[in-house]
Design a protein around this ligand. Structure first.
Ligand code: GTP
Ligand code: MG
Length: 180
């Protein structure tokens, strides 16, 4: 029998405070959602095992603090990342405008060998709110930003309703694997 090497993939989740980073991860890994907000302090990770093709993959997903006063991550933390997920809230324009900064900050800190091809993914979360009538960012606007920043894959999600969460993280895993 062929020996199988288990692949560990490190994913870093970034985005403004309150956009739903922790909620997306909880929904993905534990199938749980709470409306109560508890700010993430520092960073912590969860893992999930996945089968991708004939590969067994351990996805190590790092949740980070959006609130500035709780951010205490140095460059060493970002290094070795295989993918970076950028999250915003489709109802909050400022969280979308911040993507530029998070993207830049990640590249500065992680300094990947090829910044142009390093895999990112963007998640526009909370599409469930008001059935979409309180949206501040259209799907097209987000997709255009992703296209002009190196064709970043884009997903619209709801951690609350478990919409597109599995698909988004599966794409994250595939993208990370391709970069490994
Ligand atoms: P920080 O840890 O401060 O960076 O915030 P975060 O990005 O981890 O946000 P968190 O997951 O804690 O969610 C913030 C609030 O938004 C919580 O009250 C969640 O219940 C709520 N929330 C998260 N995702 C969704 C969603 O998809 N839909 C709705 N309606 N609420 C959501
Ligand atoms: Mg959090």
């Amino acid at each position: 029998m062929a020996t199988r090497r288990r692949t560990l993939l490190k994913v870093i989740v970034l985005g403004d405070s309150g956009v739903g980073k922790t909620s997306l991860m909880n929904q993905y890994v534990h199938k749980k959602f709470s409306l109560q907000y508890k700010a993430t302090i520092g960073a912590d990770f969860v893992t999930k095992e996945l089968q991708i093709g004939d590969k067994l993959v351990t996805l190590q997903i790092w949740d980070t603090a959006g609130q500035e006063r709780f951010q205490s991550l140095g460059a060493a933390f970002y290094r070795g990342a295989d993918c970076c997920a950028l999250v915003y809230d489709v109802n909050v324009l400022k969280s979308f405008d911040s993507l530029e900064n998070w993207h830049e900050e990640f590249l500065k800190q992680a300094s990947p060998s090829d910044p142009k091809t390093f895999p990112f993914i963007v998640l526009g979360n909370k599409v469930d709110i008001d059935g979409g009538s309180s949206r501040a960012v259209s799907e097209k606007k987000a997709a255009d930003w992703c296209a002009s920043n190196g064709n970043i894959p884009y997903f619209e999600t709801s951690a609350k309703e478990d919409y597109n969460v599995d698909d988004a993280f599966f794409t994250i895993a595939k993208t990370a694997l391709a970069n490994e």
